[in-house]
Design a protein around this ligand. Sequence first.
Ligand SMILES: Cc1ncc(COP(=O)(O)O)c(C=O)c1O
Length: 396
Amino acid sequence: MAETIWSDARSQMMLDPNVANLNTGSFGPLPRVVFERVTKLRERLAEEPMDFLVRQVPPLLWDARERLATFLGGDARRLVFTCNVTASVNIVAASLKLAAPGEILLTDHEYGAMHWCWERAAQRCGLTLRTFPLPRTPGSPGEIVDAARAAFTPQTRLLFFSHVLSPTGLVLPAEDLCREARGRGILTVIDGAHAPAMIPVNLADIGADFYGANCHKWLLAPTGSGFLYLGPGSEDRLQPLQVSWGWHHECRGVDERDEFGSTPRLRALEFEGTRDICPWLVVPQAIDFQDGFGWARIRARIAELGAYVRTKIGRGVGLEEATPAHPALHGAMAAFQLPAGTDPAVLRRNLWEKFRIETPIIERPERLLIRVSTHFYNTEDEIDRLASALPALLHG
Ligand SMILES: Cc1ncc(COP(=O)(O)O)c(C=O)c1O
């Protein structure tokens, strides 16, 4: 019965049947219903752009904002749509004013491009950039909070961290970290690239000053859908990346819904001239799609597949686990350390060319990792395929 549900769910996804896609962590594939909806909207944009952009978009945009905010435990009037989390973090890093001298603090496991954003922000503000080491394989969320506590100094102006780390899939205790930072007057910016739909997210409870994320990974919305959430007290700290028609606005009603499907405050950050925002407008369909199976059931299936990955790739192939098994510390990605001497480029090429397996090989300064993502549409057979490919590729 359970198997029928998941094979039926998989049949509703647009997946290449020849590929074992164990890499939702990089990019999410689309449910057919989401693809059809976004294509329909694009057809209207193509045939009657004026009607679509001026009359049809505003209510659709507001609906998408409300649905996404509700799904994530937030307030629609705080949610700016962006094309991806890179844009979300850049809006913050490019415009936030931070007092110098001081430092921007990051974990040592941040996504490379986001680290560079803060490098530039530090230069712009005359601050130093410092990373602090996360425990290698923490046994509890408390160990991560302790590491952050030990890293804070009176000079720390801002803490940036990923909710779910890209290299290992480790889930950080976002709410606790924000609380610790807030108590010291430190601003918090979270890179939630992987979090929406992978793990439960409640933006109000997390309490970050800024939380950016993608909808085009685990939520399975079209490429080009992300958001930035403005925390209480931080609404006025940012400037848009591009000045457009939202720039001058009446201060009265700055947080009230306007005729564009935004609020004046959100539109100032969000509207970048004419562009294709159809990916944002179908976020409700992406939420509905997974909601239809039930989030509890999806999470249970993800946990089942994750346990299977640990059995087959960890114990079976004999690779050391780099992602803790503690339920609060992982979601739907597990990473394993590869043997010393493995050539990452050759392994990547062989996984694809010989086995048609999509799973990233991640080069960290201290070790080489293979990261396996399992969403509800993955199968035990795909994990078996990886488990039987690896010994030959690593030792053969
Ligand atoms: C932690 C993290 N941050 C940022 C990004 C960048 O995402 P995007 O290219 O969608 O902006 C990624 C992409 O995988 C990521 O894993």
